[in-house]
Design a protein around this ligand. Structure first.
Ligand code: ZN
Length: 361
């Protein structure tokens, strides 16, 4: 049995990608088209202006709409605009929310989407999943894959290091997510797609191998992070769900969002979740091996560094299994309050505190 998989036709990750857009196939597609640019707010507007200038004279018409958030109201408003005056192509420019909104509006109105991420803070830069806000809570929904992704490394290099660290946190979760997926498969809870499994695993493995290269500089780190996150997104597209890249560590992050005030970035919370999940998966030695990488990559090793209290982290672990119907390692533990406390002490010792802020920069 074979399966049709949607992947982007073009992936461009290079310095000067916007400036040199006219040398790409993406530019060819825009000829005489009506293009809608969906821009994030803040500094992103400047990048949107660069993209707008780059396609001027090529597209028949380019209009820019600013998306202030990823709420259902914002999405509905944009969708109304798209239905009244349908564009041929939607270009999403932004760090996260504008990309998610573009994907949702493009899917709903059946307009192809090209993404220009201005940060790589999660695997949403190229995935069949978008996060939207409904009734003030974040929810993931399935969307069509983008037709192309254009990442200008010059744009990424001016974004805060914290964002890239968060993206790497999201990437590292592939390991624990794949463990959970295999576990769910063994327990008869879920089908396994071996190709998606392989691809998500290779994405994180190849990234970890490159981390050990002595000549690794920031520019190369950005490029390999972006590539690995895109590979993760394609693995999700192959699987038909976020399963290859989202397991119990994501459930903990969702619980921190839903029950504890969503105080940090998705990838930072996932990175904290990875440590706890690795421990439950019987890999405490891997938690210890990850610590120096976390420091090198500017990732938090203690929940307090993200502003969460002990009580909140305890609540997140308790609530995590109920965040969605997904079988993970958490289903194999029915922990008492004392056991959760002991687990938190083991995974997040006091020495793990206060490293995070020192290493970001
Ligand atoms: Zn994620």
């Amino acid at each position: 049995m074979t399966k049709k998989v949607h992947i982007p036709v073009q992936l461009i990750i290079e310095h000067g990608a916007i400036r040199n857009l006219n040398q790409t196939q993406v530019y060819d597609w825009l000829k005489d088209r009506h293009v809608l640019l969906v821009s994030g707010s803040g500094k992103t507007r400047l990048v949107t202006e660069e993209v707008e200038a780059a396609i001027q004279g090529r597209a028949a018409r380019a209009e820019v709409l600013c998306c202030k958030d990823n709420s259902l109201d914002t999405i509905n408003e944009l969708e109304r605009h798209v239905l009244e005056d349908p564009p041929d192509i939607i270009i999403g420019v932004g760090g996260g929310k504008a990309l998610d909104v573009s994907k949702v509006v493009g899917t709903r109105s059946n307009v192809p989407v090209i993404l220009f991420p201005t940060a790589i803070s999660s695997d949403a830069i190229c995935s069949p999943v978008a996060v939207i806000k409904m009734m003030s809570k974040s929810t993931s929904i399935g969307v069509k894959m983008p037709q192309a992704v254009v990442i200008d490394l010059d744009v990424l290099s001016s974004c805060p290091p914290r964002l890239m660290s968060a993206g790497i946190g999201d990437l590292l979760s592939n390991k624990t997510a794949l463990f959970d997926w295999r576990l769910a498969h063994r327990e008869g809870e879920e089908e396994m797609n071996t190709f998606a499994n392989l691809m998500a695993n290779n994405a994180v493995e190849s990234f970890m191998n490159i981390l050990n290269q002595p000549e690794l500089n920031r520019s190369r780190l950005m490029k390999v992070s972006a590539e690995a996150l895109i590979m993760s997104g394609i693995a999700m597209s192959i699987a038909g769900s976020s399963r290859p890249c989202s397991g119990s560590e994501h459930l903990i992050s969702h619980a921190l969002d839903y029950h504890c005030g969503a105080k940090a970035l998705h990838g930072e919370q996932v990175a904290i979740g990875v440590l706890l999940t690795q421990h439950l998966q019987g890999k405490q030695e891997r938690v210890e091996r990850l610590a120096p990488y976390y420091e090198k990559l500017g990732l938090p090793t203690h929940y307090e560094d993200l502003g969460y209290t002990r009580e909140e982290m305890h609540r997140a672990v308790r609530k995590a299994p109920s965040m969605r119907d997904r079988y993970t390692i958490l289903n194999q533990f029915d922990m008492t309050d004392e056991e959760i406390d002991r687990l938190l002490d083991e995974v997040y010792p006091n020495e793990a505190k206060n490293r995070y802020r020192l290493t970001v920069g």
